[in-house]
Design a protein around this ligand. Structure first.
Ligand code: ZN
Length: 250
């Protein structure tokens, strides 16, 4: 008996939600190691720091120049204007207010439903570009507790988007159950498998140097783990993960 059409064809193409941070860069590397055709998407919504948008272009350029096997698979990059998000949110990512924890227990970087919007728009683009898999770096393991990063939310979105667009989408979340130290280790092993000599270290170095995570947009302070203020929750998480990753490897 032939398998149903939806699973008879292996997935060969992906759209990666790519912000230029450590997590989404690792997701992009994984997609490039798995799929034949990979495109990237990001959203501009008045982020406080242009550095994030610059970082993603630098990461794409470095991946292309340093990893020839991946470069052939890397297709179009899409940047969608989502300025409307600034009209419905009042949070520290889009306004000039200090980062803090809210009484809800969520950090004030939280924009309600942001990932739901991102995935919906990504799926619409993937539909038009005929891309099968949506890859996102959401994670339940570390810190944030954003409800729209939960595994259940992703599964519900996969179903809603597949039904609503009458196309079988797969939402892939390679980081869902791993912590930041494991994310560094995953990048290292993906680099190793890329065919490039010392590719593991090359990918880790690329992520350290070119990705951006710091909530304050600090590109002046350089640490072992990359640039950042060193004190905001994103920097702390990245630094602690890197430290454990290095310790585990030595
Ligand atoms: Zn920081």
């Amino acid at each position: 008996m032939n398998p149903p059409a939806s699973i008879s064809r292996a997935h060969t193409s992906a759209l990666v939600l790519f912000s230029g941070g450590q997590d989404s860069t690792t997701c992009l590397a994984q997609a490039l190691s798995k799929y034949q055709r990979v495109e990237t998407i990001a959203f501009e919504y008045g982020q406080r720091h242009r550095v994030e948008l610059d970082a993603r272009l630098n990461v794409l350029r470095e991946l292309e120049s340093q990893f020839p096997a991946w470069s052939e698979k890397l297709g179009q990059d899409h940047l969608l204007d989502l300025a409307v998000l600034g009209q419905v949110s009042d949070c520290s990512l889009t306004r000039d207010v200090a980062f803090k924890m809210e009484s809800s227990g969520l950090p004030n970087t939280f924009v309600p439903g942001r990932n739901l919007l991102f995935l919906t728009l990504a799926a619409a683009l993937a539909y038009r570009r005929d891309l099968q898999v949506l890859v996102t770096g959401v994670c339940e393991t570390d810190f944030s507790g954003y409800p729209d990063c939960r595994d259940d939310t992703m599964k519900a979105m996969q179903l809603a988007l597949s039904l609503g667009m009458d196309k079988r989408f797969l939402i892939e979340t390679p980081l869902m159950w791993i912590d930041k130290a494991d994310t560094w280790a995953l990048a290292h092993s993906l680099g190793e498998q890329s065919g490039l000599p010392h590719g593991g270290q090359a990918l880790v170095d690329l992520i350290v140097e070119h990705t951006h995570t710091c909530y304050l947009g600090d590109r002046t302070h350089r640490h072992d783990w990359g640039y950042g203020c060193g004190e905001c929750p994103a920097c702390e998480l990245r630094a602690r993960g890197y430290e454990r990753f290095v310790k585990a490897g030595s």
